[in-house]
Design a protein around this ligand. Structure first.
Ligand SMILES: Cc1cc2nc3c(=O)[nH]c(=O)nc-3n(C[C@H](O)[C@H](O)[C@H](O)COP(=O)(O)O)c2cc1C
Length: 518
């Protein structure tokens, strides 16, 4: 039973400090020219700080024409190197291996982004893609290798070749898509030739110390399970790679191909002899128990996607508690922002059903009567230290008596002190009725108050008063017996739970939890 915090040693001696890899996660945060943005730097370095033993970048395109998404991180030009140097150094300074995923979208490149017809293994009408010429296939291979060199110069510990999810290398691998009749089409050997040449070329160009991984996905886009298994075995036996990363989308699922359902999808792949090549898998590994189950099944380390978006420190949370479970979905935009996602990434995550909650909005109206004032007093003012206040009045009275009994001072001074002490004590004792009386004669009393709560903050408005309190101004939120106390630098404000819906109470409670984390 491998421990979640035990190290992984790759065959070239490179050490990964624990069993957690951050999945490659496209997010649209890079600049239009493919250069690294501060947002991307922040999101990824936060994961390295959060304890991922290996931090993988999002898919990074090796040719401009292979751009798959707006805001994609590029590595197709030397102009990208400076950004990558900054990113790789920061990841590595957190004892995390820095690996970049090399990608080309092929027929899945949006024409809007690349300003020309996308390319693929063959002509694909559905995507308006044209087949690459033989020379262009060789150029593509060389550009993958050049990108790997760029990654090495930038300081990355290694690269992962993206051969999954129907992008260009899996378009070549797929018998459904690849209809070429040169040496890059036909049987599996030919369809895998491009992938193999890329891997072998990278190894020669970058040397034995550079980590080299391959990502594959066995289902969809015409990928057959038996061919994928053969491919894995061949990669292990005949090509010098360090790890295989299988993107299964659900590591606990059954195979889609009915004839292979005697074993689970994962079992099909764990039965392969990986020799000194490490195996990682991704897909719905969300809890501490999931992590341990996958390691126990013979996988060397786990790859975490969405749970790492939800918890930048997922590895630390699981290592310290194997019963760890992530927050329930959907989560608010404020939550994701606090986990290091920029607005662009949050917008991108809205494409994933049920991940980001629709912006919260709650509105209600009620009359500010005596019961409301009374509750506000009980919940927000009784915390004043009455004991200490009495101490002061008793002190004053005692000082008065001492002057009277033991000094020659005028008795008027002494009685004056005793009287002030007494008035003070009365003021403390009758503070609530006194405060209530003042509220009830104020303009606010018996007026309608409208209260609204949304992603920005809390707003209350009545004939007499109007107040806006942004969540960003609030320092702390405390649950009281009947509601919530919101502390801000200049004071505190009370929200009565009975005036809020169940969802509104839950929303405020989430805000309170966020404040605790900040
Ligand atoms: C927002 C998002 C972006 C992704 N981007 C990539 C990517 O750039 N490259 C890749 O190989 N897989 C990508 N994937 C797939 C993930 O790496 C991972 O395999 C998948 O999300 C399953 O893992 P999970 O259930 O832990 O999220 C992406 C997934 C998500 C949710």
């Amino acid at each position: 039973m491998p421990q979640t915090d035990s190290a992984v040693i790759f065959k070239n001696g490179q050490r990964m400090s624990n069993r957690f890899m951050l999945a490659p996660l496209t997010n649209g945060q890079s600049h239009d020219d493919g250069k690294l943005s501060d947002e991307e730097y922040h999101w990824l370095t936060m994961r390295a700080e959060g304890g991922f033993g290996l931090t993988m970048t999002c898919a990074s395109h090796v040719q401009f024409i292979g751009k798959g998404f707006a805001g994609q991180l590029g590595i197709y030009d030397d102009a990208h190197i400076d950004g990558h140097k900054r990113l790789a150094a920061a990841i590595k300074s957190n004892d995390s291996l820095a690996i970049i995923q090399l990608h080309h979208a092929g027929m899945r490149s949006p024409e809007d982004e690349i300003q020309e017809q996308p390319v693929s293994a063959s002509d694909i009408e559905k995507h308006n893609a044209r087949a690459l010429s033989l020379l262009e296939v060789q150029q593509l291979r060389d550009d993958f290798i050049a990108a790997a060199r760029r990654a090495q110069i930038s300081g990355y510990d290694g690269i992962e070749v993206h051969g999954a999810h129907g992008y260009i290398l899996s378009q070549f691998l797929s018998a459904e898509i690849n209809k070429r009749n040169d040496e890059y089409g036909g049987d599996l050997q030919n369809r895998a030739r491009l992938l193999f040449e890329i891997i072998d070329g990278i190894r020669v160009a970058c040397g034995a110390d550079f980590l080299l991984g391959v990502r594959l996905s066995p289902e969809r886009f015409g990928m057959q399970l038996s061919e994928m298994k053969t491919l894995c075995q061949q990669l292990v036996d005949e090509h010098d790679i360090d790890f295989i990363d299988l993107s299964l989308w659900d590591v606990f699922k059954q195979t889609e191909e009915v004839q292979h359902q005697s074993k689970s999808l994962l079992e099909h792949f764990t039965e392969i002899d990986y020799k000194d090549v490490k195996l990682t898998v991704a897909g719905k590994i969300n809890t501490g128990k999931d992590v341990q189950a996958i390691l126990d099944a013979g996988v060397d380390f786990v790859t975490i996607g969405r749970a790492a978006i939800l918890h930048h420190d997922f590895p630390k949370l699981v290592i310290s508690n194997l019963d760890f479970e992530p927050v329930k979905l959907p989560v608010s935009e404020a939550y994701l922002a606090q986990e290091g996602l920029s607005e662009k990434f949050i917008t991108y995550m809205k494409n994933w059903d049920g991940f980001v909650a629709s912006p919260f909005h709650y509105e209600t109206t009620y009359t500010l009567d005596k019961s409301h004032f009374s509750e506000t007093f009980d919940e927000s003012m009784t915390q004043n230290r009455t004991g200490k206040a009495y101490f002061k009045s008793i002190g004053l009275a005692l000082a008065g008596f001492a002057i009277l009994l033991f000094t020659d001072f005028s008795p008027y001074v002494a009685w004056f002190l005793v009287a002030i002490g007494g008035v003070d004590a009365l003021g403390i004792y009758y503070r609530k009725p006194w405060w209530l009386a003042r509220q009830m004669v104020s303009q606010a009393a018996n007026n309608k108050l409208s209260l609204s709560i949304d992603e920005n903050g809390v707003m209350s408005k009545s004939f007499a008063v109007e107040s806006r309190l942004a969540w960003s101004e609030i320092e702390r939120i405390e649950r009281t017996k009947q509601g919530w106390l919101l502390y801000y630098p200049a004071g505190r404000s009370y929200l009565s739970a009975r005036c809020l819906s169940e969802e509104a109470n839950k929303f405020v409670s989430e805000q309170a939890a966020l404040k605790l984390k900040q």
